[in-house]
Design a protein around this ligand. Structure first.
Ligand SMILES: Cc1ncc(COP(=O)(O)O)c(C=O)c1O
Length: 375
């Protein structure tokens, strides 16, 4: 594709993306992930390096792909048995029982279900700013206003600040650990204290989408003691199945029952094809290990590039990095886009900090080369 044609199409994609943001104009502080549908029409996906949605550039694994191909032929049938089968395998993987698990079409669906549960109790939700907010506009429309609490100076969740922001109307606190977009983790003991204090009265929705990258300890060991604690997990990241839409929550069996009542039908989430993929993905441990190692290698390349250019960045426990563009002379998203790299973007108003997803080693080498040439 001609460079000029590509830039023209990129401009179109950005315009379409901006338009989709406008649709959410009534929802302040919404962050939408990069909108690939804007690119689909111009068939640009294959030519662009996509670093906007923290997708795993290596997935799905060969075993998961084959399982999904094989499952296509049985997708005329409802997936009754598979739901239980997948819950049993997730239970083995996480050290719980199938009664501690609800499945969804990605963890996003379940973040919505948990906020519906909280909205039903009437009140407000407390969360960090910035954090993963894709589910918040729907929660607000369901009558669950959001109280946002700035991160600390070091871009960590401010656990005390979150507790201080709670009032008698607070029905839920959402916490993303490691946090998206900053990649920071809270110390385990501080998190435990936080859960002990908050979950005795209030729903704590703990989003652990990225714990697997660095084996960040899961707080799921606390779900039996704290029925208000709901842990959200996904097959979209280390398992590399974002488009297959498989997620789950871990919670006390009584909590799972209550959440199931907010689902039209507890078996309606992931498709038969996706569940077969997830079952195979759980078995393919070598693939997950490979993805984690590649993520570290690719991230080191980016860190080294940033260091060489004097770009401040935060050590990330995830598959993305938060960095400060204040010392770089050019507009980094525009520079990257002109070189067919999309996704570096801002999550804070009037801030020089951006997030970029970690792609393959070759992709991050290209990012660094572009930044060095542009400096
Ligand atoms: C923190 C966090 N939670 C949840 C999700 C949604 O994941 P899923 O694909 O499981 O809906 C994402 C996706 O990027 C995320 O970053």
């Amino acid at each position: 594709m001609e460079r000029r044609q590509l830039l023209k199409q990129s401009a179109f994609a950005i315009a379409a993306f901006s338009f989709s943001r406008e649709l959410f104009a009534n929802a302040p502080n919404t962050h939408l992930d990069f909108n690939p549908s804007a690119l689909n029409s111009s068939n640009m996906l294959s030519s662009m390096i996509r670093l906007g949605s923290n997708e795993n550039p290596h997935g799905p694994s060969t075993l998961a792909k084959q399982a999904m191909i094989d499952a296509v032929s049985i997708s005329n049938r409802y997936q009754w048995d598979m739901n239980g089968e997948l819950k049993i395998e997730i239970a083995k993987m996480t050290g719980h029982t199938k009664d501690h698990i609800a499945l969804g079409a990605g963890s996003s669906e379940l973040l919505g279900i948990v906020s519906l549960w909280a909205a039903y109790k009437k009140g407000n939700v407390v969360a960090s700013e910035p954090t993963f907010k894709l589910w918040m506009p729907a929660a607000r429309r369901m009558g669950l206003p959001t109280k946002l609490v700035p991160l600390t100076e070091t871009k960590h969740n401010d656990l005390n600040g979150l507790m201080n922001a709670m009032d008698e109307q607070t029905r839920m606190v959402y916490l993303c650990n490691p946090n998206n977009p900053t990649g920071t983790v809270s110390p385990t003991s501080a998190l435990e204290d936080f859960i002990k204090k908050v979950a005795s009265t209030t729903i704590v929705l703990l989003d652990e989408a990225y714990t697997d990258y660095y084996d960040t300890p899961s707080m799921s060991k606390m779900i039996d003691t704290y029925p208000n604690l709901v842990i959200a997990k996904t097959f979209s990241k280390t398992f590399g199945m974002a488009g297959a839409r498989v997620g789950y929550v871990l919670a006390h069996p009584n909590t799972i029952k209550q959440l199931n009542e907010f689902q039209a039908w507890a078996n309606a989430g992931p498709s038969a094809v996706s569940m077969q993929g997830a079952l195979a993905a759980i078995k393919d441990k070598a693939f997950v290990t490979y993805c984690k190692q590649e993520n570290i290698k690719a991230k080191e390349i980016l860190y080294n590039g940033f260091d060489a250019l004097g770009i401040k960045h935060i050590k990330s426990f995830t598959s993305f990095v938060y960095f400060d563009t204040a010392t770089y002379k050019k507009d980094i998203p525009a520079l990257l886009l002109a070189n067919q790299i999309t996704g570096a973007r801002s999550f804070e108003q009037n801030s020089s900090w951006l997030r970029i997803s970690i792609g393959t080693v070759a992709e991050m080498e290209k990012v660094v080369a572009v930044l060095k040439l542009g400096a």
